[in-house]
Design a protein around this ligand. Sequence first.
Ligand code: PLP
Ligand code: COI
Length: 355
Amino acid sequence: MTETLDIKITKTTHSRLAETDFDNLPFGKTFSDHMFVADYADGEWKNLQVIPYGEIGLSPAISALHYGQAFFEGLKAYKHADGKVTIFRPDKNAIRFNKSAERLCMPQLPEEIFLQSMAAVVDIDRDWVPSKDNHALYIRPFMFATDPYLGVTPSATYKYMVIAGPVGPYFSKTLRVKIETHYTRAAEGGMGFAKAAGNYGSSMLPARKATEEGFDQLIWTDAKEHKYIEEMGAANAMFVLDGTLVTAEAKDTILDGVTRDTVIALAKEWGIPVETRKVSVAEIIEGAKNGKLTDAFGAGTAATIASVGSISLDGEEYFLNDPKTREFSQKVLKTLDAIKYGNAADTHGWNYLVG
Ligand code: PLP
Ligand code: COI
């Protein structure tokens, strides 16, 4: 049995629930009534608390702001028809959280703090979990360095926090994507496998340029040659090529996505061949030209399964089949939703019950 942690709870006296428009939920702009906060000092996590969501005071010298000792996770909680609330595969995020912490020279967080902190926020804010199709409570756990010290050295103190908010789908349309052959997201030996804040900071300029050119997303390629596909924006890039599900292998330049892992598990169960390997830009473009590329999508917690409508390389745009006709991703979407929202048996034990 895991120990139940001592989490001090202070409830808000002014819930914002009634004034929240659940029919209009742009991603990441609405936050629920409570948040979790814990402090790391003297080699241990302490002051575990749920408090009203709000601003926190910090020294302007904290090293997270200057040297980027900061990282996060992203998960979703779903409401079932019977009122149950579950979080999808948080044990996987707990492992990845600590891989990110290790790479950034930050302290490990015990799995029970990770799980129980999220459960505490989701439970107290369970009325914030939307009941609408394709909607969920997005959960954002994160850790950052808090030493007020400008020396370039790992901080001795940290904060771990969890905030959450109701969301609809991150992408509302089929994506026009561009293969990026100049900028790089991650290099071997770097921190691409970590959910480091800096990875997202460095993606903003290339992403902004792509948007200015009319694209919705970038496909990142390898740092050395820009010949192999790595990821798609903040999601894993997955393809069905000649009947096989192909995606980049999870290595140090790739975020080992929970959605990616889930899609692979389902494909294997359905008897679809799966290859996790180097995926060349050339074979994807060739498949787009000769029709063997029958599915292309980004897989991620925020993105869910985001269909790619066209892929552009060096100014040439290659159009793919209509996403509604794609057998594989349509089946994945339907199956995943049924499990997450409790409309199909959770035979894998992927749903973590809150409360
Ligand atoms: N790759 C990147 C860079 C991401 O930010 C995300 C989103 O979390 C993913 C992949 C997909 O990971 P997951 O399915 O665990 O959300
Ligand atoms: C997530 O899916 O949780 C992500 O990390 C995407 C986010 C950066 C918007």
